[in-house]
Design a protein. Structure first.
Length: 713
């Protein structure tokens, strides 16, 4: 165990009171990983006027401009409409209804379906209104009183506008040739047994004449082994037709069974046609859906290109708003509706539930009462700082309704909705510039590391093997501007321009550290009454500290500045000039202690960790020299040459104040510090010391006699 008592060396009383100053490590802050982004003016949050629900809807002034047009012009206009738009047109007025529901208008309906990608049906039985509803897929066959949003000229021809949102409300089934809202589908599409139970008077051949489906009202498939589902109104209608046919046959004195079988056969052929039509319409729906998705993707890309073009014109880079991985704009943007609407009620509730503020601040609240408004304001600031520090205020559904919607961009929409995206781009630019700066500094650091290795080979041999750490090298006044420079440089250019100044700073730094260490040990010698040269005593008496105003950055004091290696080395090489490593407590003289701190611990401030051993250890060292018949001027190297292989008895003082002796320790063990395990234990137990308080060191008599007996005669 090595002796590492943390006792500060006693210094001579200063002649003048010094101004107390914190070390730079306590007064300067390291640059953060990424400086926080400060958003600019957010007045657009209060001035927001855009409505995402229906930005294309214009106010209707109530003036009828179409009715006054000639019939030929109206027929030309409606010949370009989609089936859904034709249906909406026919429901506008009696005039338009009379134009669309005539024999003359049938080719217009058929042409509208064909232009939209729907083939003609093989099975009949549907009028143009029903056919248009089936194709459009957004108008319930039953609840005609519910007014759905009328389709526009750009509406989807298959009722799956913008990713199939209408399917969430309407249930279209080509097998049943119906379009029902969800409630009607659940109420009217049932199994045959359920319908028979509810309507017990059905004809026995009813279900043989009805269309069936394998789709549940919710859209799932009917499991294998279960009966198909039927549309209740059609079941009742077919039952009525069967009973009517039998009644007519009975009136004509014909067989009832013959009349029923005739209708069943006719309906069987009709059901086969409907199945083929359903297969074609399903294929058309898939093809049109794929085509619509392609068109929607094209419109989204066009919209994204238009937004990128406008953002580029404002000075932003494409990479600051566009994600190449997913192909969307601002895919990872922290849009926040709460910040936009200034509504933090939910956060307040969660904060009060998770916070134990009342328990922890009860005593403080009694001393400093806080009214409710002040408390709410304080909590609001804490909530914004903790949960909304990186948020960008934006309306609800901003990304889907502005950035990624399949609609071309308009000028008024851009002017109203651009500000959140601009703030997002500003954040990304801030991060990008910081990242580029760090990458540039990393590159320059690699170049400077090569210079560090080359200059070490020059400086270290000239300074007794002592050099500085890489971190110290990078912070030298002549080096720091180089790795902060924005322009790249090569090593040759660096060598030609900056190497002389860097060498000067390196030699000055190593020498200044040596003088500070020298000042520390000679003051300990002075306190221990060890003989010192007269010029050293003069320096100690005239200058109470090695640096000007106690600040190393200001340079050495005048008398300390004139000290040379020849003045300091005779004292630093003494055995009594041992230093203790402030991290592992190993004992070395200079320059070994400096080399150990830099290469073993990567220390940037060598004098801060090159400590003078405790007074008890210094007295033990002096006693050892006296026992060996050596003087205080003898060097550490001379003592190791004479007694390096000897064994020593070390007396230590325990924590209880008692002493104990360790017999037969090697000289390396006497000077050894903490082991790696002891260092780790010291980090976990900050107040537990593993240092040895050595009070006496003597040559081991037992080992000396054994060595003498074993020596040859």
């Amino acid at each position: 165990m090595a002796e590492t008592v943390d006792t500060a060396p006693e210094q001579p009383a200063p002649r003048a009171a010094l101004v107390y100053k914190l070390a730079p490590v306590f007064t300067t802050k390291e640059k953060p990983v990424c400086p926080p982004f400060e958003p600019g003016d957010r007045s657009w949050v209060e001035d927001w006027y855009w409505d995402f629900d229906d930005p294309d809807e214009e106010e209707n002034d109530g003036v009828d401009r179409l009715s006054a047009l000639p019939t030929e012009i109206l027929m030309m206009i409606i010949s370009h409409l989609t089936p859904g738009s034709l249906l909406a047109f026919s429901r506008t007025s009696r005039l338009f209804r009379s134009l669309t529901f005539t024999k003359r208008a049938e080719p217009i309906w058929r042409g509208a379906r064909r232009r939209s990608g729907w083939r003609d049906l093989e099975a009949g039985g549907m009028n143009e209104i029903q056919h248009a509803k089936l194709v459009e897929g957004r108008i319930c066959f039953v609840r005609t009183f519910d007014k759905p949003k009328l389709p526009t000229l750009t509406s989807s021809p298959i009722g799956l506008r913008r990713g199939g949102r209408s399917w969430q409300q309407y249930r279209r089934d080509f097998s049943l040739r119906t379009v029902l809202c969800q409630s009607c589908a659940t109420r009217l599409i049932k199994e045959g047994d359920a319908i028979s139970t509810e309507f017990w008077h059905l004809h026995p051949h009813t279900f043989s004449c009805c269309l069936s489906t394998r789709k549940k009202p919710g859209g799932d498939d009917v499991p294998d082994g279960q009966d198909s589902l039927f549309y209740t109104p059609e079941v009742l209608d077919q039952a009525a037709v069967l009973y009517k046919n039998e009644a007519s046959a009975l009136a004509r004195n014909e067989a009832l069974e013959s009349a029923s079988l005739t209708h069943v056969t006719r309906r069987s052929n009709f059901k086969g046609q409907v199945r083929r039509d359903a297969a074609k319409m399903t294929a058309d729906e898939s093809a049109l859906g794929a085509a619509q998705e392609v068109e929607a993707d094209w419109r989204r890309r066009m919209r994204a290109d238009m937004i990128i073009e406008r953002m580029t014109a404002l000075g932003w880079e494409e990479e600051e708003i566009y994600c190449e991985g997913c192909g969307y704009l601002a895919c990872d943007a922290p849009w926040c509706y709460q910040c936009f609407d200034d509504d933090f009620d939910d956060d307040f509730d969660n904060w009060e539930l998770s916070s134990n503020e009342e328990d922890s601040l009860s005593e403080l609240a009694e001393l400093l009462p806080e009214d409710e408004d002040a408390r709410d304001a304080r909590i609001l600031l804490e909530i914004k700082a903790e949960r909304h520090g990186d948020c960008i205020p934006a309306p609800h559904d901003y990304a889907d309704s502005f950035l990624n919607i399949d609609r071309l961009l308009k000028d008024d929409e851009w002017d109203a909705c651009k500000d959140p995206l601009i703030e997002f781009a500003a954040r990304n630019k801030h991060k990008r510039l910081w990242r580029e700066e760090q990458e540039d500094q990393r590159y320059r650091r690699e170049v400077l590391t090569l210079l560090f290795s080359r200059l070490k080979a020059v400086v270290a041999p000239a300074r007794q093997g002592v050099f500085v750490s890489l971190a110290t090298f990078l912070r030298l006044p002549s080096v720091k501007p180089l790795w902060q420079d924005q322009e790249a440089f090569d090593e040759q250019e660096l060598s030609n321009k900056a190497e002389p100044a860097i060498l000067r700073d390196l030699f000055d730094r190593v020498h200044r550290d040596k003088v500070r260490i020298f000042d520390r040990i000679v003051r300990a010698h002075f306190d221990d009454s060890i003989a010192l040269p007269s010029f050293v005593k003069t320096v100690l008496e005239c200058e109470p500290i090695a640096c000007i105003d106690g600040e190393p950055s200001k340079g050495l004091a005048p008398l300390h500045a004139v000290l040379t290696d020849s003045d300091m080395d005779p004292i630093l090489t003494r055995l009594t000039s041992l230093f203790r490593c402030g991290l592992c407590s190993v004992k070395h003289t200079y320059p070994a202690i400096a080399i150990h701190l830099v290469e073993g611990h990567d220390i940037t401030n060598v004098p801060a960790y090159a400590n003078v051993p405790s007074e008890a250890f210094r007295q033990a060292t002096e006693g050892l020299l006296a026992d060996c018949g050596l003087s205080e001027d003898d060097s550490f190297a001379f003592f190791e040459k004479m007694y390096g292989d000897a064994r020593f008895d070390v007396t230590m003082r325990t924590s209880s104040g008692e002493t104990e002796t360790s017999v037969g320790e090697t000289w390396a063990h006497v000077l050894s510090g903490k082991s790696p395990d002891e260092l780790e234990a010291g980090r976990r137990k900050l107040f537990s010391s593993t240092d040895r308080d050595i009070v006496k060191i003597r040559l081991s008599v037992v080992h000396s006699e054994q060595a003498a007996d074993s020596s040859p005669a």
